[in-house]
Design a protein around this ligand. Structure first.
Ligand code: UDP
Length: 344
């Protein structure tokens, strides 16, 4: 059977590069497309090393350019597209909403239009647990209601979910879609050749932890220790990046093999295991044998108290399950930070 071709938009970034590795390992041909607005070629080079493949096509494309998107679909007979290309900084999206709406919506619509003009395609959209807002009940299932977004970034995720669902409905079966709602992706590839590369001060917890441990940041602030949780800090569902990447392979395979039960499906991608910020910090210290400089600070606005996934639908339907422990993941995150610092 000829290999299926998967376009990975935003494929040079954190999640995209891990997904590229797993797709190639599973026998897919991958076209990586990125405008390099939020990354350099470190991870793409890492992907080539891990896979031993020098020939992975890399296209420098900004999907906000509709003609460039169309040209890509003309150049390659794309079977499925995984769309990551988007801005993702919550705080920045509040300060610069138009930048987020323009980029995140336009680029996705251009991908869908190009796919449609080519005659159809399978589309996997990277959504987020942020669409659940502050949930009434945890864990959240795919049926849990979406809540009004608390940032333009979160709003673009909800709007892209709707755009995909409407497009699928109107396409007469030519476009099918899967929405994967990620919980908190963390960690790095065990090779330490690819990982998260935040620009400037990290917004997310784990890069802040590893940068503090390496000495790039003085002190981690734990935002809030007065939440109604067992230790007072927020609860999240931290999902290993390689586990998360593998979920994409199962989802793409389900699409290209025509095994979907509806034209647009939604899956939570998480572990089902709540971990507090303090537990994560303690686990990081313990597994890596070091002490982290941290302090308690006021709550961060917009943070929800507790959210974790009920991943049973993905477990059952995709045949996928998170396998890594938080400790393994935090070891990988630390190895990546050390790799970046050249301290291996
Ligand atoms: N957090 C923290 N200090 C930081 C960054 C994050 O205490 O420097 C907390 C944050 O308040 C939340 C959790 O870590 O409870 C996860 O935050 P992150 O930004 O990584 O992901 P989010 O759940 O907001 O998408």
């Amino acid at each position: 059977m000829t290999k299926k071709i998967v376009l990975v938009s935003g494929g040079a970034g954190f999640i995209g590069s891990h997904v590229t590795v797993e797709l190639i390992a599973a026998g897919y041909n991958v076209v990586v497309a990125d405008n390099f607005s939020n990354c350099d070629n470190t991870c793409f080079e890492g992907v080539k090393k891990i896979t031993g493949r020098e020939d992975i096509p890399l296209e420098k494309v900004d999907f906000c350019d509709a003609e460039a998107a169309r040209a890509l679909f003309r150049k390659y007979p794309i079977d499925a597209v995984i769309h990551f290309a988007a801005f993702k900084a919550v705080g920045e999206s509040v300060a610069q909403p138009l930048k987020y709406y323009k980029n995140n919506l336009q680029s996705f619509m251009n991908v869908l239009e190009a796919a449609q003009q080519q005659g159809g395609c399978q589309v996997l959209f990277s959504s987020s647990a942020t669409v659940y807002g502050e949930p009434d009940q945890v864990p959240v299932t795919e049926q849990s209601p979406r809540k009004p977004a608390t940032s333009p970034y979160g709003n673009t995720k909800q709007m892209c979910e709707d755009i995909l669902q409407d497009t699928v409905k109107a396409s007469g079966g030519r476009i099918k879609g899967i929405l994967l709602r990620y919980f908190n992706p963390i960690g790095a590839h065990p090779s330490a050749l690819i990982g998260e590369l935040p620009r400037g001060v990290p917004n997310n917890l784990v890069p802040f932890i590893t940068q503090t441990a390496i000495g790039k940041r003085e002190c981690l602030s734990i935002f809030g220790n007065d939440y109604p949780t067992p230790d007072g800090t927020c609860l999240r569902d931290y999902i290993d990046i390689v586990d998360l990447a593998k979920a994409h392979v199962y989802a793409v395979t389900r699409m290209v093999e025509g095994k979907m039960k509806a034209d647009c499906e939604i899956f939570n991608i998480g572990t089902g295991r709540p971990v507090s910020v303090l537990e994560l910090v303690n686990a990081f210290e313990k597994v890596n044998g070091l002490k982290l400089n941290y302090k308690f600070a006021p709550r961060r606005s917009g943070d929800v108290t507790a959210i974790w996934a009920d991943p049973s639908l993905a477990n059952r339907e995709l045949g996928w399950k998170a396998t890594r422990t938080v400790e393994e993941t935090l070891q990988a995150a630390w190895a990546w930070e050390k790799h970046l610092a050249g301290k291996d």
